[in-house]
Design a protein around this ligand. Structure first.
Ligand code: GUN
Length: 296
């Protein structure tokens, strides 16, 4: 079998279009412009690229973008004071603190100081708990993007065997919760999992989120399975810098029924879902009905 390529870039464009449509309606019918505040502490080059991209796409979809760039040595109380200000600013509907933070800052404390209703990353413990108990929450952007692609491709996921490789708070754990919410039988595999190849071979859906370049070979993939590759790994090959995922794309594409490429798969969906979460947060804050198809 040669896999169908799940085009995340094209799908993200349709999500952004939907977001822009909802934003236009919020402005026209209610005089409200959704606003997203992004906080960057320090000068991590990858984080700077992400933050720039987030700001640009926020503005392109008609929303207000508020960027706060703080020095790497910013004391924790200063960062917490800024978050408090954003929590109380009615023009700000979503707050994102770019991770990782410099070592002297307590990430858990900082994330949990964000108003859960404005936590468009879905990392606050309240949102984690709400997602885990099947209640309305803010859902982390990368897993939400993966879920949207899986639903688009399969329709219903009910009864499917899903294996999530990786147990991070940002991707692995919320991904497993979302798949469970869609009635999959879910296994979370990780570095201590016994006989990982055998576990992966059972899966109708494989989500790879370990951050290890090309770790999953094609021979682990069940014929016809759907492979979602969350990895974005920069490696050197033939003297060139290239981006590869957590799965070996050529061999996995030979056995899978469908697969996301890297780049152009999950990556573009993450920011699209951040925009979607900002509109969702804005609608909820104003007691308006939520945008259809943009939430879990
Ligand atoms: N750093 C890498 N990915 C993310 C993300 O999804 N959200 C935040 N806040 N920081 C990140």
């Amino acid at each position: 079998m040669t896999a169908q390529i799940i085009d995340g870039k094209a799908f993200a464009a349709t999500v952004r279009e939907k977001v822009a449509g909802h934003v236009a309606r919020l402005k026209e019918e209610h005089g409200i412009t959704p606003g997203l505040a992004v906080v960057l502490v320090g000068e991590d080059p990858a984080s700077q690229v992400y933050v720039r991209s987030k700001g640009k796409q926020t503005v392109e979809t008609g929303m207000n973008s508020y960027e706060h760039k703080l020095d790497a040595s910013t004391p924790e109380d200063e960062l917490l004071a800024l978050i408090d200000k954003l929590n109380n600013d009615p023009a700000v509907h979503g707050i994102l603190v770019q991770l990782p933070l410099p070592g002297h800052l307590n990430e858990d404390l900082v994330i949990n100081s964000i108003d859960p209703a404005k936590d468009v990353d879905g990392f606050h413990i309240s949102n984690v708990g709400l997602l885990g108990t099947g209640q309305k929450s803010m859902v982390p952007c990368t897993p939400l993007g993966c879920l949207m692609m899986l639903r688009e491709y399969h329709g219903s996921l009910s009864g499917m065997d899903a294996v999530v490789i990786g147990r991070s708070n940002i991707v692995g754990k919320p991904m497993a919760q979302l798949l469970l919410g869609d009635s999959c039988t879910v296994t979370i595999a990780h570095s201590r999992t016994k006989d990982l190849p055998e576990v992966v071979r059972r899966a109708d859906i494989v989500v790879a989120a370990v951050g290890r370049p090309e770790m999953v070979p094609g021979e682990w993939i069940k014929e016809g399975a759907t492979v979602i590759d969350v990895g974005i790994n920069r490696i050197e090959r033939d003297g060139k810098n290239v981006l590869v995922g957590d799965v070996d794309f050529p061999s996995c594409a030979e056995r899978a029924g469908a697969i996301t490429p890297v780049p152009g798969g999950v990556g573009p969906m993450t920011i699209a879902c951040l925009l979607a979460n900002t509109v969702t947060a804005c609608c909820r804050a104003n007691g308006l009905s939520e945008p259809e198809g943009l939430t879990a």
